[in-house]
Write a protein that binds this ligand. Structure first.
Ligand code: AMP
Ligand code: ZN
Length: 116
């Protein structure tokens, strides 16, 4: 199921180090190497899914678990009430650079809308 060419599969395998702050049966989360907010965490499924377009009907519980992780981490980081951003980019046109889906969880500062 892992993709040999995938950076995040290598993090999941422990071949590349990451600051992992959350683990469940279906997902892990680690701090982004180039944070865009005081807290910037990437929440990824253990299953290699390249883009949102590749999410299958059978993956719905997995994808839901990414949001459960976001809720839990937001509470731990202390910004559940003030607000935060949880966003997933799809394909190059939206800025996706790593083709293993990941929910960006950003918190600790105000966010404007629309995003760039
Ligand atoms: P995206 O542009 O939506 O595909 O997001 C990819 C994210 O992965 C970017 O925010 C990068 O800063 C982050 N990133 C790339 N390599 C690593 C790494 N080795 N550890 C943690 N975050 C990374
Ligand atoms: Zn992968």
């Amino acid at each position: 199921m892992a993709n040999d060419d995938c950076l995040f599969c290598k993090i999941l395998a422990g071949d590349i180090p990451a600051d992992v702050i959350y683990e469940s049966d279906t997902a892990i989360a680690f701090r982004d190497i180039n944070p865009q907010a005081p807290t910037h965490v990437l929440i990824i499924p253990r299953k290699h899914i390249a883009t949102i377009n590749d999410i299958g009907e059978d993956d719905q519980a997995i994808v839901g678990s990414l949001y459960s992780a976001a809720r839990t981490i937001a509470a731990e980081e202390g910004f559940s009430e003030e607000g935060y951003r949880a966003v997933m980019n799809c394909n190059e046109g939206a800025g996706q650079t790593v083709f293993h889906i990941h929910l960006h969880l950003l918190g600790g500062r105000p966010f404007s809308w629309p995003p760039g």
